[in-house]
Design a protein. Structure first.
Length: 83
């Protein structure tokens, strides 16, 4: 199992960011097929990682706190344009 953390920052913007300020909220890509959590900035980090959106089979949201799903609209729109 391969887990790629594509976002690791917390809920508050700017808190715990790297020097570049591009960590984005929590998101993980599992085996290139499952996207778990879709925080703010997920799509930017997915694209920066050169992830093929066609490979994503499922999006998993652990619970309904906004920092776990706020970026889903951007990802879904991008996925619709790719397919």
């Amino acid at each position: 199992m391969k887990i790629n953390f594509i976002g690791t920052a917390g809920l508050v913007p700017g808190m715990g960011l790297t020097v570049t300020g591009k960590r984005g909220q929590l998101s993980m890509l599992i085996d290139d097929n499952y996207l778990m959590e879709v925080g703010d900035g997920a799509l930017r980090n997915i694209n920066a990682n050169k992830t093929d959106l066609n490979k994503i089979k499922r999006i998993i949201i652990s619970h309904l706190h906004s920092d776990h799903f706020i970026g889903i609209v951007h990802v879904l729109f991008d996925m619709m344009n790719v397919r």
